[in-house]
Design a protein around this ligand. Structure first.
Ligand code: NI
Length: 149
């Protein structure tokens, strides 16, 4: 396990589309473990692989309900709406109001390649949207309606 460097806004890797994960091997497991430790150390609620410089479709989330890993995630259903403050470990010190669906269902693979579906509400739904967008090279800043001082 190791703490990896978090890429910050302006780093070109954050704006690229990530590639599908095809090998569910030890290298992926190490990446996921490192991502989780890096996220925890920075007190984040989610981290996507491009944020540590890896262009792969892998995400870790922990909004206080335990560790979640989403490989090749795809949002397949969303409903409702929530507006709340959002931040990102790649954009330190910046918080903004973002409107997201309140309930989100994702289809994803686990670290061994097994497909599953998961539904999240509130903060978890927000994190699922935010992190999945990182995999397509998008930062939450584009969605901010109002920055919070
Ligand atoms: Ni982020």
């Amino acid at each position: 396990m190791a703490i990896r460097e978090i890429r910050k806004k302006g780093d070109e890797i954050l704006y690229k589309k990530c590639k599908e994960v095809k090998n569910f091997d030890n290298k992926l497991h190490i990446l996921l473990d490192d991502m989780y430790d890096t996220m925890k150390k920075q007190e984040g609620a989610g981290l996507a692989a491009p944020q540590v410089g890896i262009l792969k479709r892998a995400v870790v989330i922990d909004v206080g309900q335990g560790r979640i890993e989403l490989i090749n995630p795809e949002i397949i259903e969303e409903s409702g709406e929530q507006t709340g403050s959002e931040g990102c470990l790649s954009v330190p010190g910046v918080w903004g109001e973002v409107t997201r669906p309140n309930v989100v269902t994702v289809k994803a693979q686990d670290r061994n390649g097994k497909w599953f579906k998961m539904t999240g509400e509130g903060l978890l739904a927000r994190a699922m949207c935010h992190e999945t967008e990182h995999l397509d090279g998008k930062l939450f800043l584009d969605r901010v309606t109002k920055f919070i001082d």
